[in-house]
Design a binder for this molecule. Structure first.
Ligand code: SF4
Length: 347
């Protein structure tokens, strides 16, 4: 019997620990780096040979991985029946996801221009509508006739109207509508404090291996027709009122500038075990030396595996890691000592 690791549960090493991405079950687990380095080097080896080389603690970890179905033993003759997955990410659409803001149901937004980009997933945020009939006809005649695969709607609610029955009937009639949210207050503004958002699935994982999962093939059109690469983007690439060719704009070098800047290219994140599940709306900045960094610090410190608010959390600067517009540096001795104090001396 030989050892095999599950192809759909890749292990990603961070600076301080490893993380197993359980892609089919959309969850994750942590492992010590030393355990990963040892156990994963035994793939395809005979069970008895492996067991002979493990101490008690390592055997416990192996059992844990087997229990969680991250690895298993198979007869030698089935060795080639469990091939590795090719995580190469491709997408036939010029734009995969679009957010469209509409101020009025009468604004006359032409959804076909987004459809022509082969965009399949849209979030439409509607600020105002005259009455439910006007909203219905916008959804039915303009949105329901598109080839979008999923349509999420955020609609500012008007008082005293029967929303639940409207919601039910419109979802029944327009199958692509995946979700409708009515809200009362002013639309949420972008939070001033950055917080990463995790999504664990094969699509995000594969995309993040090569691309920036937040900016890659995404489009935002604000209520004035401004074309941006994200909701928080300050840069306006053009405006729809100028009769521009949207396909040409989203294929331009400038528009695609951030698409390839995945987390392996960005200081701090490149050392984080969450980097292929983390959706991050910050804009990477380029230093003169061509390396990338973020201006705003993440609440997770990957060098000590602590979140802001956790016991013993320390900022990057406190542990000797500097990442700014001039340079990146890491005081390895100081980081090591901090980890010893947090994870060994305090136990
Ligand atoms: S450091 Fe923060 S933003 Fe960067 S990959 Fe890790 S969790 Fe995400």
């Amino acid at each position: 019997m030989i050892l095999k690791f599950h192809a759909e549960t890749p292990v990603i090493n961070g600076f301080n620990r490893s993380c197993i991405y359980d892609l089919p079950r959309n969850t994750y687990d942590f492992l010590p780096l030393a355990i990963v380095n040892k156990l994963y080097s035994f793939e395809n080896m005979n069970r008895d040979t492996i067991i002979d080389q493990l101490d008690t603690n390592e055997k416990l970890w192996l059992n844990y991985l087997i229990e969680k179905e991250y690895c298993f033993f198979i007869p030698q003759e089935f060795k080639d029946a469990f091939p590795k997955i090719n995580f190469k990410w491709t997408n036939p659409s010029l734009i995969s996801n679009t957010i469209i803001d509409i101020s009025q149901t009468t604004s006359g937004f032409d959804f076909k221009i987004v459809e022509e980009l082969n965009c399949k997933h849209v979030l439409i945020r509607i600020d105002n509508y005259e009455n439910l009939e006007a909203l219905y006809s916008l959804l039915k005649e303009k949105i329901g006739t598109t080839t979008f695969k999923s349509i999420d709607l955020h609609i500012r609610k008007k008082p005293d109207t029967s929303f639940s029955s409207f919601k039910k009937s419109i979802k029944k009639e327009i199958k692509q509508i995946t979700d409708i949210n009515f809200y009362n207050k002013k639309r949420d503004t972008i939070p001033s404090v950055f917080s990463p958002f995790f999504l664990i699935n094969i699509n995000i994982f594969s995309e993040s291996l090569r691309f920036n999962s937040y900016y890659n093939r995404k489009l935002y059109i604000d209520k004035d027709g401004n074309i941006k690469n994200g909701i928080e983007g300050k840069r306006i690439f053009s405006n729809l009122t100028k009769n521009v060719d949207l396909a040409e704009i989203v294929q331009s070098k400038n528009y695609k500038n951030l698409w390839n800047i995945n987390k392996d290219k960005i200081d701090i994140c490149k050392d984080c075990e969450f980097r292929y599940m983390c959706i991050d709306n910050r804009t990477p900045k380029k230093r003169n030396n061509k390396a990338y960094y973020f201006e705003e610090e993440c609440p997770y410190n990957p060098y000590i595996s602590k979140w802001k608010g956790d016991k013993d959390y320390k900022s990057l600067e406190e542990i000797g890691v500097i990442s700014n517009k001039i340079f990146f540096s890491i005081d390895l001795k100081k980081v090591k000592k901090t980890n010893t104090d947090i994870w060994i001396n305090s136990i």
